[in-house]
Design a protein around this ligand. Structure first.
Ligand code: SF4
Ligand code: SF4
Ligand code: SF4
Ligand code: FES
Length: 380
């Protein structure tokens, strides 16, 4: 309902896939979908940050009319949002394919992707076209798997834009999709220093004279510091840019980087990312025997979807197998896992988030341990 200045106030009633939901007036259709707990794909939007509105992944239909971007349309009273419409899903697939044309993606389609050691590629894919250190946990892979049709993505062309290590932050410009999240977070968060800008990517001219242009709207830009490095740009090293990056473009590598980022995550004012619903695996011996033998974190759920256990382990297959024989096995029905060499840090992060959301740890994690180990650390 508009006030005397014409500004929308109060709450409006909308429906998302038939589910009624009350959303604040002035909020976006995407916000309403999040409130209704109906996932809409996104790569340029992040909770609490103004989206660029250019990734083209959040298409939905509204009141049966044409497909619109959920992040860029405001809710109005009585609106009916459909996130499952075929036209909208077709637009999402086309957008995702274009984005993947600008980003290495054999890691998303490779038949060995669930069990690969990443040291040697058995299909001979060169390192710059395959998975980076975020393999198994990057947001873009989860969103791409949800949107689908990855096999039709155009071949990726590596432009050698370069890698910059700046204190704990590693910036791989070839992995940047230009989503703008880092720049926006850095501009608006109180703890951040407005240190980043988006710049145009350069056009690539091949030896045979062929000109290569970005395939996606996002791909026209990459994010860089405003000055010659982060410190000179006013960076406060709050870590927000790394936390919101959906790809391996911004990371904090190594044990020191992981510890640094974990502390920033615990102090950050950012809201959690909204991710696609997870495909949970059956908690059975035959499924567990197919798990990769590598470091990672797994979560076990009961029949109602409640988390029973969160564990970081050196060997996923062995760790989940031991849980199968453990005291919670009788109640456990499904599990998910992620590969992560920094599994103890990742376990702490997931436990901290669980504690924040539920007020207690899962039944199988009754010891806090060093969850909030927050000894003095230097600025960088
Ligand atoms: S971020 Fe890394 S692992 Fe994820 S899709 Fe991109 S290259 Fe692959
Ligand atoms: S770490 Fe620096 S560049 Fe990144 S969001 Fe914080 S202030 Fe900005
Ligand atoms: S560095 Fe990451 S968050 Fe920033 S624009 Fe690139 S992909 Fe997006
Ligand atoms: S999330 Fe809407 S266009 Fe990117």
């Amino acid at each position: 309902m508009p006030n005397e200045l014409g500004v929308a106030t109060g709450m409006v009633n909308v429906s998302v896939d038939g589910r009624p939901v009350e959303a604040p007036a002035g909020s976006s259709v995407m916000d309403a979908c999040d409130l209704a707990r109906v996932y809409v794909p996104r790569l340029c939007a992040f909770p609490g940050l103004e989206p660029l509105g250019d990734c083209g992944l959040c298409f939905v239909t509204i009141d049966g009319a044409e497909a619109r971007r959920a992040c860029s349309v405001q809710v109005v009273e009585g609106m009916a949002v459909d996130t499952r419409d075929d036209r909208a899903r077709g637009f999402r697939r086309s957008s995702m394919q274009a984005i993947l044309g600008d980003h290495p993606h054999v890691c998303l389609t490779c038949p060995q992707r669930d069990g690969c050691s990443r040291d040697d590629c058995m299909y001979g894919n060169p390192p710059e076209t395959r998975c980076c250190g975020e393999f198994g946990r990057c947001e873009i892979a989860k969103v791409a798997a949800y949107v689908g049709a990855l096999e039709q993505a155009p071949a990726y062309v590596h432009r050698e834009l370069g890698v910059i290590q700046d204190h704990n932050i590693r910036r791989d410009l070839d992995l940047c999709i230009g989503c703008g999240r880092c720049e926006t977070a850095c501009d608006i968060l109180e703890e951040a220093g407005s240190a980043l800008k988006l710049v145009e990517t350069r056009t690539l001219v091949a030896a045979d004279g062929e000109v290569w242009e970005p395939r996606s709207y996002l791909g026209r830009h990459v994010a860089v510091p405003k000055a010659e490095d982060l410190r000179a740009s006013g960076c406060t090293f709050c870590g927000a840019c790394v936390l919101v990056c959906p790809t391996g473009a911004l990371t904090a590598p190594g044990a020191k980087g992981a510890a640094w980022l974990s502390k920033r995550r615990n102090r950050s004012t950012l809201r959690p990312a909204v991710l696609p619903p997870e495909d949970r695996l059956a908690f059975t011996r035959d499924v567990v025997e197919e798990l990769p033998v590598c470091e990672g974190v797994f979560r076990v759920f009961d029949a109602g979807g409640a988390v029973l256990q969160i564990s970081g382990v050196m060997d996923l297959r062995r760790g989940v197998s031991e849980a199968l024989d453990g005291p919670l096995a009788g109640d456990a029905r499904t599990f998910v896992f992620e590969i992560d060499p920094m599994y103890t840090q990742r376990e702490s992060e997931i436990l901290a988030r669980h504690l924040q959301e539920h007020g207690s740890l899962p039944r199988g994690n009754d010891v806090l341990g060093d969850l909030f180990d927050d000894e003095d650390d230097d600025l960088f």
